[in-house]
Design a binder for this molecule. Structure first.
Ligand SMILES: Nc1nc2c(ncn2[C@@H]2O[C@H](COP(=O)(O)OP(=O)(O)OP(=O)(O)O)[C@@H](O)[C@H]2O)c(=O)[nH]1
Ligand SMILES: [Mg+2]
Length: 362
């Protein structure tokens, strides 16, 4: 399999060229980017019994991310049920709902849990374990998703477009994806489709250099669709495994900018028929319920195929993954747990639900 490394910009780059192609350079060694000792390859949502994960590692951060939900389950709801168990009646179900909505899972999932507990246990005594089992089943049902796997192209480069609001974590998530693919021995071409700010191109160029990826850039202010076109074209020419295209941050209310995403997608399909194979929406987990309204506009405008929940390490509101899944039917594919390329994990529903509930027993 061909491996492509980042090299210097062509000095004879034509000034009228909208996208500048950076040629591969054999000697460039990827710089050291790992700043802490984390497992070399994180395949899915960190699990509690992974002994390689220490406090402060991925699992520690993940546990902190869901700590608010865990705390509510472990204190308020445990108290509500009591050691002896509690009769399930309207009063209990009302109180249960009031506690569940405090966990950031949102009113929809809280109501589903309440209703399912009511259906399963009404007029009977319920223990904390039975309640947790019932709630787990409900959340698993809500979160049940096809797959967190990237939908790879059947042949040729897999094209991934990354979208989201300003500062949500798009470019960092691209670095994380690149790191993951490089670990799998795949070749990656990046497209610096955020031509809005010169710093954005620089940021992605640095990541490409560090991670050993090819990059296609455009001049500041140039048409992002042109950069996207050239990036996909370059990936095809090099027969690269993956092409990831960055986009400028935008609000779902900015109609022109949202239309631009449609245009970027259209030009990609001119190079490779079924591209982009993935449109990943990066959501800032610290935005809580706001993240949900962001997702609405984006998933419609850009036909998103999956969600990257970034900055989960910066919040205790990890419960937000549940309403996101319930309202959109979009799979949560990856979670971001820090600023380094390895602070990334594929989302695993079972690990997630176990973390929410099993930790409540600690
Ligand atoms: N703690 C933490 N910080 C993150 C994570 N992902 C991104 N960040 C930080 O969030 C800030 C914004 O990240 P970017 O990747 O530049 O976000 P962006 O969506 O590309 O931003 P724009 O291009 O300006 O729209 C940076 O300081 C990142 O280091 C994460 O998972 N955890
Ligand atoms: Mg960016």
């Amino acid at each position: 399999m061909a491996m492509w490394k980042f090299g210097k910009k062509k000095s004879d780059e034509k000034s009228d060229e909208k996208a500048a192609v950076v040629e591969p350079q054999e000697e460039t060694a990827p710089a050291e980017v790992v700043t802490e000792s984390l497992p070399a390859e994180t395949k899915s949502t960190p699990v509690a019994d992974d002994t390689a994960e220490k406090k402060g590692g991925l699992f520690g951060r993940f546990r902190k991310a869901v700590s608010k939900t865990v705390a509510v389950l472990n204190t308020d709801i445990r108290d509500l049920v009591g050691v002896e168990g509690r009769l399930v009646d309207d009063e209990f179900l009302k109180e249960l709902f009031a506690h569940l909505v405090k966990t950031d899972m949102g009113a929809g999932p809280a109501a589903s849990i309440r209703d399912d507990v009511g259906t399963e246990h009404r007029a009977r005594k319920v223990t904390m374990d039975q309640l947790a089992d019932s709630a787990k089943r409900t959340i698993r049902q809500i979160m049940a998703q096809e797959s967190a796997e990237i939908q790879f192209a059947p042949a040729g480069p897999t094209v991934i477009m990354v979208v989201g609001v300003n500062g949500s974590g798009k470019t960092t998530s691209i670095a994380k994806l690149t790191h993951l693919f490089k670990q799998q021995g795949k070749s990656v071409v990046l497209g610096a489709g955020d031509t809005f700010r010169a710093a954005a191109v620089e940021q992605l160029t640095i990541w490409a250099e560090r991670l050993g990826a090819e990059i296609v850039t455009g001049n500041s202010g140039s048409d992002p669709a042109s950069v996207a076109y050239k990036a996909v074209d370059k990936a095809k020419e090099l027969n690269a495994d993956i092409c990831i295209v960055d986009t400028a941050g935008r609000l779902q209310t900015q109609t022109n900018l949202m239309d631009q995403l449609t245009k970027i997608k259209r030009v990609m399909a001119k190079v490779i028929d079924d591209a982009p194979h993935e449109v990943l929406l990066v959501l800032d987990a610290t935005a809580g319920q706001n993240a949900i309204s962001q997702a609405k506009g984006f998933s419609e405008a850009a036909d998103c195929t999956g969600i990257v929940l970034a900055k989960l390490d910066g919040t205790a509101k990890g419960g937000v993954a549940i309403p996101i899944r319930q309202e959109f039917g979009l799979p949560v594919k990856f979670i971001g747990l820090g600023e380094t390329p390895d602070a990334f994990a594929q989302f695993d529903v079972d690990h997630y639900v176990d973390a929410l509930f099993d930790l409540a027993k600690e």
